[in-house]
Design a protein around this ligand. Structure first.
Ligand SMILES: *[C@@H]1O[C@H](CO)[C@@H](O)[C@H](O)[C@H]1NC(C)=O
Ligand SMILES: *[C@@H]1O[C@H](CO)[C@@H](O)[C@H](O)[C@H]1NC(C)=O
Ligand SMILES: *[C@@H]1O[C@H](CO)[C@@H](O)[C@H](O)[C@H]1NC(C)=O
Ligand SMILES: [Zn+2]
Length: 505
């Protein structure tokens, strides 16, 4: 899929080459970075395509929001190289699928109470249009983390894109590689004063009772109307006393079998639902027979792509099936897709996994692009917050992005890696007052924890802005630098949904 993108770029450059032929730019100089024409032709082509591009002011019948959890700009730059090097290129010069989108912006991600965002407050911002407190989903900042009473008091509940799309008669879906009850997907359908309340077992034992997130997915007004739910987190839907298909015990204390309840509820709502739990079942699902699907492919998060087995669907496969089902609705759809394990890999300072998960995300966007009519489908790709990974040194072009900086050793005459973290579990204690010699490590290991300056069990998020990439109707609204909660307002405008200003009214 990535190769196809490469080809697209190559063809474009050739077009530029042809148009400059009269001026004597020999074709063989294309891709020769030492020749000035290479850079002129390439830049002129980009300029021409931008000057010629008309603004698309049609109504966005469909909206797809792709969210790379923790997908910082540094992560994108490193992933280009990672993916390019897998295909025999230097890598730096390439683009991920969504980096070819015509409009980009920068979103400020802080929460109301914290300077660096978590996925819960951030999800609430880019899905509902209001900024919230850290650790809370679907609630305004009037509710502090853990305030069950504030959650029960409906006055502070906020809904967004999922609800607005449903009210407009569109189909809706949520796809993730994490538990479907995890903070990011939860922000699309739930209201929870604590992101950790994924099942009733997670709720405080004393005091008021609050509905857990899994319950809200099945019984909630917005959650119960979602047509396609795909991801991990099966344990939160079954009682502790019950074993699931893989022999794992459920995690619920209230005895509820939420999958059975979901099937009954969907049938009563007139849908033709199906529950699936393997890749094969998902791929074989006939969208003519079943128009609503709940897929729970793992008891917890889905595995990293580098560790996936045959019965684990990829993010691309889940995205494709979701689009196949949702596009049957003549009113269009809203689909939210999360590449959720970029974040968990960064927290472990496992850079190799983080880059690979980002590559998977780029493939999923590419898969979606091939299925939709971009004239009537708005695609936005962004992230919820950054991480502390840096990409540094002055290595030669094409140097292994996951290896050592090859220009020179540090001032202590010891090598350092191109990728490193400001904090996290990759901290290596000094030995005899010297920095640990990384040459002694197996840095090619899948689970290698990249070095960090400060020892912290879980590497933290970063506070700088995240990139926003947009293509399709009204994608030009996503340029500039803005607060993250602007995003759903602009998507709703383009799709003519929600209570705010739209292109239809
Ligand atoms: C969903 O499809 C299956 C066949 O794959 C069919 O047996 C089932 O009845 C369908 N579900 C409903 C509720 O129609
Ligand atoms: C860099 O450090 C390593 C490990 O101490 C050493 O083997 C290597 O010779 C050093 N390289 C230079 C250019 O000093
Ligand atoms: C990497 O770590 C995971 C646990 O996080 C483990 O299941 C897996 O076997 C490890 N992979 C290798 C190659 O050691
Ligand atoms: Zn995180």
């Amino acid at each position: 899929m990535f190769l196809r993108t490469l080809l697209v770029i190559a063809v474009c450059v050739n077009v530029g080459g042809r148009s400059l032929k009269n001026k004597g730019a020999p074709q063989r100089l294309l891709f020769d970075e030492k020749n000035k024409d290479h850079w002129n032709i390439q830049a002129q082509w980009v300029l021409r395509s931008k000057v010629a591009a008309p603004l698309n002011k049609k109504v966005a019948k469909n909206v797809i929001l792709f969210l790379g959890d923790g997908m910082s700009i540094t992560t994108l730059a490193a992933t280009r190289v990672y993916l390019g090097q897998q295909h025999g290129h230097n890598g730096e010069e390439l683009k991920l699928s969504f980096e070819t989108f015509p409009y980009t912006g920068l979103a400020k991600t802080y929460c109301v109470d914290h300077n660096v965002a978590d996925s819960a407050c951030s999800g609430t911002a880019y899905l509902t249009g209001i900024k919230a407190n850290s650790g809370t989903v679907g609630l305004s900042a009037a509710v502090k983390r853990g305030d069950c009473e504030g959650q029960r008091n409906g006055a502070h509940s906020v809904t967004g894109l999922m609800d607005w799309a449903q009210r407009a008669g569109k189909s809706t879906g949520v796809v993730t590689t994490t538990r479907v009850t995890h903070a990011t997907p939860a922000a699309s359908y739930a209201h929870s004063a604590d992101r950790r309340w994924e099942a009733d077992t997670d709720l405080p034992k004393k005091g008021l009772h609050c509905d857990d997130i899994a319950l809200q997915l099945v019984r909630g007004r917005v959650g119960s109307k979602i047509d396609v739910v795909l991801g991990g987190g099966r344990k939160n839907f079954f009682p502790k006393s019950q074993r699931d298909v893989e022999g794992h015990n459920g995690y619920r204390s209230d005895g509820a079998d939420l999958v059975r309840e979901w099937l009954v509820k969907k049938t009563s709502m007139g849908a033709l639902p199906k529950y699936v739990y393997t890749r094969q079942q998902l791929l074989e699902l006939d969208v003519e027979e079943n128009n609503s699907v709940l897929g729970l492919f793992a008891p917890d998060h889905m595995p990293y792509s580098l560790e996936a087995e045959d019965d684990d669907p990829s993010l691309s496969e889940m995205t494709q099936k979701a689009i196949e089902i949702l596009s049957a609705n003549k009113n269009g759809f809203f689909l939210f897709v999360e590449g959720g394990r970029i974040d968990t890999a960064h927290h472990e300072t496992k850079a190799r996994k983080a880059l690979d998960e980002t590559a998977e995300m780029a493939k999923a966007v590419e898969a979606a692009l091939r299925m939709v009519d971009i004239e009537e489908t708005l695609i936005v790709v962004t992230s919820d917050h950054s991480h502390t990974m840096t990409y540094s040194g002055y290595s030669k072009r094409g140097t292994d992005i996951l290896g050592f900086s090859n220009k020179m050793n540090a001032s202590d005459n010891l090598p350092y890696t191109t990728l490193s973290y400001a904090n996290g579990p990759g901290y290596k204690p000094h030995e005899q007052f010297r920095r640990h010699n990384l040459m002694l490590d197996d840095i090619n290991h899948l689970n290698y924890t990249y070095p960090s300056l400060v020892p912290i069990v879980r590497e933290t998020h970063g506070g700088e802005d995240v990139a926003v990439f947009a293509k399709g109707p009204w994608s030009h609204l996503f340029t500039g630098n803005y607060e993250q909660n602007y995003l759903p307002h602009a998507m709703a405008f383009a799709a003519c949904i929600g209570p705010g200003l739209t292109t239809c009214k």
